[in-house]
Ligand binder design. Structure first.
Ligand code: PLP
Length: 377
């Protein structure tokens, strides 16, 4: 099928670019001698996951629906990298029992750590048929705040050791941090500085736990910008980047990918042609209202021809209703967009935009060669 024949709006993935992005991150992990545990929240697709993972088939997820989806499809080593609450543990175990997967969970809360430890022995045994020694089954990670200030305890905090002590009877899997503040950085140098903050906070936290006599085998770090620009990952055991598989305008603007690395886009139809603008059938429900490009001179997406060639007026989407997107010129030239024309929109944020769709159309040299379903939970 040609791109022109796609039903719109729809999500399109460029296979060659995707494969290149995946190979690049695998090479980075190999160069640093660390495991790659890609975050699958961006694509929520087993087909993308299979390209992203290295020889070690392990991954990171952001919901338990993702955990179940990927476990059922044979990814048996997963980390659910969002703070756990005690009531979710039963569902974690259910997924483990049904699939044979092992799902690491994350906490930064001493009370939760104590509650998990109280029930941990029983749970570990039930999960694998009564044979496990709890320490060997350690799959509770401690979340470290390396500067994003969203989740995690400080590497120097008392809370770190309090949590580690609470988990000691069932074992600590490791420490995990995500330098989300790298998204505020601009350019390779600044990102590299944040990557070092991320690394040193996580390694320091692991060292303090070990110095207290508690095993802490793993040190997990990662965001796309820091994974790409880290100079050293000494002391780190794994990397968890996510959005790199697709890339987007935001990643390109901060220097975490090039424009022609972007593998994900939305195909839309022009549904209204006016004097000073055009309307497409991709509104907030297709492009999301992500405003990450606000400070970067952008709007909701860049509009090109399907073959990615520039259109007259260098158009962008500047306004969204639920299903309508307004396209305006950014140069002096007038738009030339007739109703029925199909266009490609490169979005600000691939993770959120992809979440609006239930499948990817896979593009190779302007042809659609496959349809990959994706999870929406
Ligand atoms: N790890 C955690 C805990 C995350 O929350 C995220 C993204 O939100 C990632 C890894 C991946 O980061 P990125 O999408 O920048 O690659």
């Amino acid at each position: 099928m040609k791109l022109e024949a796609l039903p719109t709006p729809c999500a399109v993935v460029d296979r060659a670019r995707l494969e290149k992005n995946c190979a690049r991150m695998q090479a980075i992990a190999a160069r640093h001698g660390v495991r790659l545990r890609p975050h699958l929240k961006t694509s929520k697709s087993i087909d993308v996951a299979n390209l992203a993972m290295g020889a070690e088939r392990c991954a990171t997820v952001s919901t338990l629906e993702e955990a179940a989806y990927f476990a059922e499809r044979g990814i048996l080593d997963l980390t659910y990298a969002v703070g756990i609450t005690e009531d979710k543990l039963e569902r974690v175990l259910e997924i483990e029992r049904a699939s044979g997967a092992r799902i690491g969970v994350l906490t930064d809360d001493a009370a939760t750590a104590r509650a998990i430890a109280r029930s941990g022995d029983v749970r570990a045994k039930r999960a694998i048929g009564g044979r496990a020694s709890p320490a060997r089954e350690a799959r509770i990670w401690i979340e470290i705040d390396s500067g994003q200030h969203r989740g995690g305890v400080g590497a120097e905090s008392d809370a770190l050791l309090e949590i580690a002590r609470a988990l000691e009877p069932i074992g600590v899997a490791g420490v995990l941090t995500h330098a989300g503040h790298s998204y505020a950085a601009r350019g390779a140098g600044e990102i590299a500085r944040i990557a070092e903050e991320e690394r040193s906070a996580a390694v320091r936290a692991a060292e303090r736990i070990r110095a207290a006599g508690i095993a802490c085998p793993e040190v997990s770090v990662g965001s796309t910008p820091t994974a790409l620009h880290a100079k050293s990952l000494e002391g780190v055991t794994e990397l968890r980047p996510g959005v790199y598989v697709f890339g987007d305008l935001f990643q390109a603007a901060i220097g975490a990918c090039a424009n022609d690395d972007i593998a994900f886009s939305v195909v839309a139809s022009v549904i209204g042609a006016r004097e000073d603008c055009a309307w497409i059938d991709a509104g907030a429900l297709a492009l999301t209202q992500d405003r990450s490009m606000d400070g970067l001179g952008g709007a909701y997406g860049e509009v090109t021809a399907l073959d990615r060639s520039s259109l007259r007026g260098a158009p962008r989407v500047d306004r969204l209703n639920q299903v309508h997107g307004r396209v305006v010129a950014t140069s002096q030239e007038r738009l030339e967009l007739a109703v029925g024309t199909k266009v490609r929109v490169t979005p600000n944020h691939a993770c959120l935009t992809a979440a609006m769709f239930d499948r990817y159309y896979v593009e190779e040299d302007g042809e659609i060669v496959a349809e990959w379903p994706r999870l929406r939970g």
